[in-house]
Design a protein around this ligand. Structure first.
Ligand code: CAA
Length: 263
């Protein structure tokens, strides 16, 4: 379905209902220049429009890096408030469109996930890392700050204290430390196989439930518990009105596997 697409710095493959998006600029450790960011945005839009896709794995080409950040040669040409703000807004928009996808998204991190690369991984629902993965937000050491959502997503994921440690030191953490702080969900010698296994587990569930769960978590993140509960009840109501809910509960009572249709 993605055959006719020609990306310069990405590869988008489809394995049945699973899409695999590979950032492919290995010579620059898959750094995100504006062209690559724009292509990620286009790929995310295509995935959103493609009803046959039920989950997405995002990864980087080569063993050495997932993504080593925003492209520093491009960044170095920024010299005023306006160009910097535009670059940040553009990257944030792409990360938001990824984060808002109604289907599960998994970052598969082999090697470095630094700066904008970690921010890309943070825009996914969960993260799987290889044992040699290195994660960090080194922006302060370049005289800049994370601009693709890192100052907002990292503290929400791991708490302000741990996030401020990583942001203010700029230090890299290895896979085991990242796992211990909840920055990654799984560490595996075969991260892509692990990511596929987790995607398959998610795809066995009702797709509308997955979309509603993502919406409940996303919208609740900045609300009071009471406001979040109201959203949960509304979305719960929507789930109960689907035919997949009727199928899921009937299958349980019939002691068989449900066949969900996304309706
Ligand atoms: N941008 C552009 N090019 C990059 C890059 C980046 N973020 N990261 C690596 N590269 C390039 C290097 O310049 C080098 O190119 P050449 O072969 O042409 O010299 C090539 O990729 C290989 O990298 P190294 O030789 O540096 O490899 P290494 O093994 O010695 O080091 C590394 C690996 C520790 C990841 C190191 O490359 C590095 O520190 N990269 C930059 C990481 C970083 O600071 N990222 C944050 C960017 S700022 C940001 O992301 C802002 C934001 O939030 C929007």
């Amino acid at each position: 379905l993605f055959d006719e697409l020609e990306f310069s710095n990405l590869q988008l493959d489809q394995h049945g209902p699973l899409a695999v998006l590979t950032i492919n600029r290995p010579k620059a450790l898959n750094a995100l220049n504006t062209d690559t960011l724009a292509e990620i945005g286009q790929a995310v839009d295509l995935i959103a429009e493609n009803a046959d896709i039920s989950a997405l794995i995002l990864t980087g080409a080569g063993e050495k890096a997932f993504v080593a950040g925003a492209d520093i040669s491009e960044l170095s040409e920024m010299n005023n408030v306006y160009s910097g703000r535009e670059l940040s807004l553009g990257g944030q928009e792409v990360m938001q469109s990824l984060s808002n996808l109604p289907l599960p998204t998994i970052a598969c991190i082999q090697g470095f996930a630094l700066g904008g690369g970690l921010e890309l991984a943070l825009a996914c629902d969960i993260r799987v890392a290889s044992p040699h993965a290195r994660l960090g937000l080194p922006e302060a050491g370049l005289g800049v700050i994370p601009g693709f959502g890192g100052t907002q997503r990292l503290p929400r994921l791991i708490g302000s204290g741990r996030a401020l440690d990583l942001l203010l030191t700029g230090r890299q953490v290895g896979a085991e430390e990242a796992l211990a702080m909840g920055l990654v969900n799984y560490v595996s010698d075969e991260p892509l196989s692990k990511a596929r296994e987790v995607a398959e587990q998610m795809m066995r569930n009702a797709p509308i439930s997955l979309a509603l769960i993502k919406e409940a978590v996303r919208r609740g993140a900045h609300l009071s518990v009471e406001e979040g509960m109201e959203i949960e009840a509304d979305l719960f109501g929507m789930a109960v009105a689907t035919s997949d809910f009727a199928e899921g509960t009937r299958a349980f009572l019939d002691k068989r596997r449900p066949e969900f249709k996304g309706e």
